[in-house]
Design a protein around this ligand. Structure first.
Ligand code: 5GP
Ligand code: MN
Length: 338
């Protein structure tokens, strides 16, 4: 984001405005942390700020300061439409295409509100007047910190803002271990702890709220794990029936895909999760090194994301989706062959 853009945004923010902040559908820790962190910051200037999520998010995020005030578009459509229509500014956080907000897409596209994107996903669409897009960033939360810093306002960061931003950086970096974690990330984390983020408590909130059933589901996922050594690939399947058996709740499968990637020698991991309600197979893809799951997902599974973490979906049934997945691996043999 250049100085001109920052100056223009600073001018826009110099008088109280009606502001809506939006994360992507099925929001994760970075999406909720960044939207709430930014909301807490903007409220300090008496803006009228509302975070509207396309839909609900997992239990392990329902402790963040301000979380209870997040509106959900799927259950509060009318009130949300009104706020979006009347918004003077719309911040879109942690996504790069309006298709990522599902049923909210038209309302946001049609709003006259000035759009500001803050995001770290690859190949962003061109819908926002102001774009702070940087694929090298660990997380949108790190970018919200930078955004506040560009506005020369780090001194305004309080423990609520710090807590939200810490939580998103932590979740999007796999607790500070993915390659996108830089010394700047750690410097920012240090500042956030100084500002009142309680690192140990945040880790407990996010990591140590398992239900017994979720651990049993993980057990099933691990026993379903398959390895294709010649392509250094591992994948997990979970059928709707298996999810039902273990009383699946939103967020229960978060992180399962990483177990495939933790196998020695494996550089590509996937999880395929049957979703009868949406009539799709939801896919999460992870990789190590240069192999781009963003490209693979865009090419074959109507998705996208980052080089090493992407998502997508399939309209085929679970078995046919797996067959398709296995059949495309030879196209990537250059990267994947042992
Ligand atoms: P996850 O596998 O954890 O759902 O998502 C991994 C990354 O890919 C996240 O950055 C997420 O925003 C992105 N992502 C997940 N699903 C989709 C999708 O259907 N389309 C696109 N473009 N990105 C996705
Ligand atoms: Mn993110």
């Amino acid at each position: 984001m250049n100085t001109n853009d920052i100056n223009s945004i600073a001018t826009l923010l110099s008088a109280p405005k009606a502001i809506v902040i939006i994360p992507h559908k099925n929001p994760d820790g970075d999406a909720i942390g960044s939207t709430l962190g930014l909301a807490h910051y903007l409220k300090k200037y008496n803006h009228n700020v509302t975070v509207i999520a396309p839909n609900d998010y997992p239990h392990f995020l329902k402790w963040m300061p301000g979380e209870a005030s997040i509106m959900k578009y799927d259950t509060q459509k009318e009130a949300s439409d009104e706020l979006i229509k009347n918004a003077e500014l719309i911040f879109t956080l942690d996504f790069n295409s309006l298709s990522r907000i599902g049923d909210m897409e038209d309302a946001v596209a049609n709003s006259k509100g000035i759009k500001i994107m803050i995001d770290h996903h690859q190949q962003p669409d061109d819908y926002a007047k102001y774009m702070y897009s940087d694929v090298a960033m660990s997380s949108t939360c790190e970018m919200v910190f930078n955004f506040i810093e560009m506005l020369d306002d780090v001194s305004k960061i309080d423990s609520d803002i710090a807590t939200c931003l810490y939580a998103g950086i932590m979740t999007d970096t796999g607790s500070f271990r993915f390659p996108s974690t830089t010394s700047s990330t750690h410097h920012i984390i240090g500042t956030l702890i100084e500002k009142g983020a309680n690192n140990s408590e945040i880790h407990n909130h996010i990591m140590d709220t398992n239900s017994y059933e979720r651990l049993q589901l993980l057990g099933r996922a691990l026993s379903n794990l398959k390895v294709i050594p010649e392509y250094r690939t591992a994948y997990i399947t979970l059928s709707q029936e298996e999810l039902n058996t273990f009383n699946f709740k939103k967020g229960d499968t978060e992180g399962f895909v990483n177990y495939g990637l933790s196998l020695e020698g494996i550089i590509f991991a996937a999880i395929f999760i049957e979703n009868h309600q949406e009539n799709i197979i939801k896919i999460s893809l992870r990789s190590k090194g240069d192999f781009s799951v963003n490209e693979l997902s865009r090419a074959h599974f109507s998705g996208g994301g980052h080089t090493n973490a992407a998502g997508g979906k399939s309209d085929l049934n679970l078995n046919d989706t797996i067959d398709k997945f296995i059949s495309i691996l030879p196209q990537y043999k250059q990267d994947l062959k042992a």
